[in-house]
Every structure is written in C-alpha cells, then in structure tokens.
Design a protein around this ligand. Structure first.
Ligand code: NDP
Ligand code: HSE
Length: 337
C-alpha cells in the first residue's frame, strides 16, 4: 500500500486531536483510501514536553526547515497565530507541498497570498476546520451549493463565546469561570481575547465571504463587537423575555429580500451587489433558527437563490471535532495524489 507522508505543524488541541483520530481510525482510513497516512514530522516549540496525544512515531522537531526540505507531501498547519504560520504555509505551497490548515487567523489575514501561492504551484490549500470546527460547511459551499448566488451567510461562528453565553444563561455561572472552563476543554484560542472580542468570528466571516461572495475583506475591516461587556444581568433580562444572546457573524447583500427562485427577487439580487457585514451580539427569540444552538456548537445559515435556506449545525471547537475536519482534508488530498 502506498504511503502518503505528512507533517503536522503543532501538537496542541487540534494537532493532538488530529493525531488521535489518525491513531484510532488508521486501519479504517487506509482501507477507505487504499493508502497509508504516515506522519513523518510534528513541529512543536518544545520537543522535550510530555505529550498527551499520540505522536504516531513521528519525529518531533522545532525546525520547520527540516520539514520544508523533506519529502513530505502534505503539511498540516495547526500552530495558531498569523506568523510564523502564514510564512510556513506559503513556503510549503511554493515548494509544491499541499497544505491543510485550521488556522483562520493566518488564512483570513493572508487569504489572497496563500490562495495565489497554491494556485501558482498547482497544489491544494484546504481549510475546512478553519470555520465551524467539525461542520463540513466549506465543503458544502464549494461543493453542491456552488451553483447558487448567495444572498446571506450568517451564524454562530465561535464555540467559546457560545459556550460562555450558554453557561451564563443556564447555570448563572460567572463569565471568568466559564471562560476558564472553555480554555480547559480546548475550545478557546491561545489568547482568548480573539474569542471574546469577536476577532475569531470576524476571521471566519472573512473566509466565508471569500467563498460565498467571491469578495475578500480583511478581518480588521469587518466591524465587530464582542461579548466581554455582557453581564449576567443582560443575559437574565433577555431570558425573562424568552430570548438568548448569541454572537452572530453576518454577511448579506444590502437590502436583499430573501432570494428565492422568484424572478423579481432574482433581479433584485443582481442589483444588490453591495454586501454588508458585521460581528455582534444579538438577542434572538425561539423563532430564530439559531436559538437552540448552544454550548460549543456552531450553526451556519446560508441563503442561496436556488437552494433557499440551508442550516448546518455541529461542534465548532474542540480537539476531536476540529481534528475530524482536518483529517477529512488530509484524506481528500491523499486520495488524489
Ligand atoms: P494550541 O495552543 O493548543 O497548540 C499549538 C501547538 O503549536 C503547540 O503544539 C505548540 O507547541 C505549537 N507551536 C505554536 N507556535 C509554534 C512555533 N512558532 N513553532 C513550533 N511550534 C509551535 O492551539 P490549538 O491546537 O487550539 O489551535 C491550533 C490552530 O487551530 C489555531 O489556529 C486555532 O485557531 C485553530 N483552531 C482551533 C480549534 C480549537 O477548538 N482549539 C478549532 C478550530 C481551529 P508546544 O506543544 O511545544 O507548545
Ligand atoms: N476558539 C475557536 C472557537 C476555536 O471557540 O470557536 C474554533 O475555531
């Protein structure tokens, strides 16, 4: 059976979860793709640290050049942060290695550069895990939804903040305590400011907009409000009115009425080329499709002129749900090699 050699940059929550899935399901995976995934290298910052996740016989290294100069065919970037992650991905792509990433901060900041590097080298850059954790939303947008003209993409795009808001509402727990628990469960970013200030959701919205509207907006240019100012009293007050506060990321055609197959609406959509986009906490009631998306779950709503409304739901954070999307991307590439 042919070996596909890969390197994983990072062995934290997502790198570890990816290794755990490859370890648990290796036989099944090999049977499905008729190839064996061999993890040749794992890049970490501290090679001496005791590892809680399987390392699959890989060489642990803190030297990216060693990986770049090796014969690995796929580089999986799950380090986090914009740099050096973006440069590592660009270098890997330019040397003809396929790249899989879960790093929405790096991808959203450098989307044009990275997608161009992949195109120029004729290799794949896949990033399913960067939006919605384990939900295969990007594959759906780039797959069977691709023939649609989209009028709106909106959703609960951050698991940590949804977990915090849910627990504050259901168990009246203090903000700081729930944030700590989200960090322990591996949902939060290395610096959780990115979660609670809406930066992570803006990164994801930037990626969704690039795919749904073919329009790249740098995440710093997406107006955003986070949840750090929301108090238990705000949540209780919303609850007393039958509402929940959710952090939503939304991009939609300005003034677009829901686009259906209706010819008049389709004409409107053609005219409504301007897109409005923002990340903000919103009070929603139980008539809203995202009302019951709680804890670390994410929900992504998409409106297309042919399909109408599609809602995708699943775990938006955590080592295994995110690892599930990363492994899926690795296998997509491996199968085609
Ligand atoms: P962690 O902080 O848990 O892990 C980061 C890993 O990268 C660690 O193994 C660390 O090494 C290594 N690392 C970091 N910087 C360097 C560097 N400069 N050189 C070498 N190694 C480095 O992060 P997560 O796994 O939680 O997140 C990884 C990425 O996945 C991020 O981009 C995040 O946004 C994204 N993501 C995370 C999700 C989640 O649920 N956690 C979900 C979806 C995406 P060491 O172990 O030695 O410290
Ligand atoms: N910190 C992110 C979240 C990880 O909580 O949604 C998943 O992208």
């Amino acid at each position: 059976m042919e070996n596909i050699k890969i390197a994983i940059l990072g062995h934290g929550n997502v790198g570890g979860g990816t290794c755990e899935i490859l370890s648990q399901n290796m036989q099944l995976i090999s049977e499905r793709i008729d190839k064996k995934i061999l993890v040749s290298y794992i890049l970490v910052s501290d090679t001496k640290k005791t590892r809680k996740w399987p390392t699959l016989g890989a060489k642990l290294t803190d030297n990216f050049e060693e990986i770049l100069n090796s014969d690995v065919q796929i580089v999986v970037e799950v380090l986090g942060g914009i740099e050096p992650a973006s440069s590592y991905m660009e270098d890997a792509l330019k040397t003809g290695k396929h790249v899989v990433t879960a790093n929405k901060a790096a991808l959203a900041a450098n989307y044009p550069i990275l997608t161009k590097a992949a195109k120029d080298s004729g290799v794949s850059l896949l990033f399913e895990a960067s939006v919605g954790g384990g939900i295969p939303a990007l594959s759906a947008i780039l797959g069977n939804l691709r023939g649609n003209r989209f009028s709106e993409v909106s959703g609960i795009l951050n698991g940590t903040t949804n977990y915090i808001l849910t627990k504050m509402g259901s168990e009246a727990l203090a903000y700081d305590d729930v944030l700590k628990s989200a960090q322990e469960l591996g949902f939060a970013e290395a610096d959780p400011t990115a979660d609670v200030e809406g930066i992570d959701a803006a990164n994801k919205l930037s990626i969704l907009m690039a795919l749904c509207f073919d329009k790249y907006v740098h995440p710093d240019d997406i107006p955003r409000k986070g949840i750090s100012h929301i108090t238990l009293d705000d949540i209780k007050s919303a609850k007393s009115q039958g509402k929940k506060i959710k952090l939503l990321g939304t991009a939609r055609l300005k003034d677009a009425i829901h686009l259906s197959q209706n010819a008049e609406n389709a004409k409107l959509a053609d005219k409504a080329s301007e897109i409005e986009y923002f990340v903000e906490p919103v009070s929603i009631d139980d008539s809203h499709p995202l009302f019951n998306v709680d804890n670390e779950y994410n929900g992504i709503l998409i409106r297309g002129n042919a399909v109408e409304d599609v809602m995708m739901y699943g775990k938006g954070a955590g080592p295994l749900p995110t690892g599930s999307a990363v492994v899926g991307d690795i296998l997509k590439i491996a199968e085609n090699l």
